[in-house]
Design a protein around this ligand. Structure first.
Ligand code: C2E
Ligand code: MG
Ligand code: MG
Ligand code: MG
Length: 281
């Protein structure tokens, strides 16, 4: 409890500092405009079976191209959006764009793979979170299993009960749920116990250099054992070299995502990947 008090103290100090920062306020305003002026788009990064390298799914990642600032990284603007309700608008935008894209691929005669969207903690606090998902599934006439949700441990801390209820409801709509950036957040075991999770995504922090770092190998091995004993799949994130891939195979990871096997790409590029699959995909 002391830790938690200390944490929220730090957090509010941080928030106070941020709201006084004119540069961040300006960025927030620009982001609001970005939504209105359609400067935001999604790119799709392929996730492959680590052994067969068959296409398994995609992660949708938000991109912002500002006319003067150029490309702004989500690592920069998502935290800014998270300071206000802007993140809720962004979240709805991403969800509906992802569903629209899936529907579009189907119209092109392609058989889409599931697309995972990243969901922030504050989105999980909304009472109508599952209704929003149900709404887009209906609007774009796609089955729930073609959408997935990625949540971070960090995103879950503030209203665990509500987040759990929302993720369960999403699960009932057919969505698979993955715990993102696994190993970098708080009290993971509690989440594993209560959430209807289907996969763990091992953060790049443990993946980069895993081929040469014996300690990272032991950590990944333990994460995989934990995941598999709970019947969860393991996705290794941020794989950049053949040697990391070989090591992660040996450590029994199930899926691979990274610059080595495919960078995040626009929908048209991803359509080519979908089209290139053998019969039945
Ligand atoms: P994330 O969900 O963990 O996404 C994976 C990040 O790793 C992406 O960064 C991706 O481009 C990057 N990545 C993939 N493979 C490699 C690799 O081999 N090497 C390296 N160095 N990086 C790799 P990105 O697109 O910049 O996104 C950063 C973070 O921003 C995401 O981390 C996620 O937390 C957040 N984000 C992105 N899009 C959204 C969104 O639509 N909604 C929300 N709430 N957050 C988002
Ligand atoms: Mg993610
Ligand atoms: Mg991640
Ligand atoms: Mg990350």
């Amino acid at each position: 409890a002391d830790d938690r008090a200390l944490f929220s103290l730090n957090l509010s100090a941080e928030l106070a500092a941020v709201s006084a920062d004119p540069e961040l306020i300006a960025l927030q305003r620009r982001l609001q405009d970005a939504l209105l002026q359609d400067q935001l788009s999604l790119v799709f990064q392929p996730i492959f079976d680590i052994h067969s390298l068959h296409l398994h799914s995609a992660e949708a990642l938000l991109r912002w191209r500002h006319p003067e600032l150029g490309e702004v990284s989500p690592a920069r603007f998502i935290p800014v959006a998270e300071r206000s309700d802007l993140i809720l608008e962004l979240g709805r935008h991403v969800l509906s764009r992802a569903a629209a894209q899936i529907a579009d691929w189907r119209r092109q005669g392609l058989e889409p793979v599931p697309v995972a969207v990243n969901v922030s903690g504050s989105e999980l606090k909304q009472c109508d979170f599952a209704d929003q998902i149900g709404g887009v599934l209906k609007e774009y006439a796609i089955p729930g299993h073609l959408l997935r949700v990625e949540v971070t441990e960090h995103g879950l801390i503030s209203d665990f009960a509500r987040a759990t209820a929302n993720l369960r409801a999403a699960g009932e709509l057919g969505l698979g749920i993955a715990l993102d950036d696994f190993g970098t957040g708080y009290s993971s075991f509690r989440y594993l116990r209560h959430l209807p999770i289907r996969a763990l995504k091992i953060d790049r922090e443990f993946v980069a250099g895993v081929d040469v770092d014996a300690r990272d190998q032991r950590i990944v091995r333990a994460m995989v054992a934990l995941a598999h004993s709970l019947r969860l799949k393991v996705i290794a994130e941020g794989v950049e070299t053949e040697s990391e891939l070989a090591t992660l195979r040996r450590l029994r990871c199930d899926y691979v995502q990274g610059f080595l096997t495919g960078r995040p790409m626009p929908a048209a590029g991803f359509a080519a990947l979908l089209g290139a699959r053998g019969c039945g995909g």
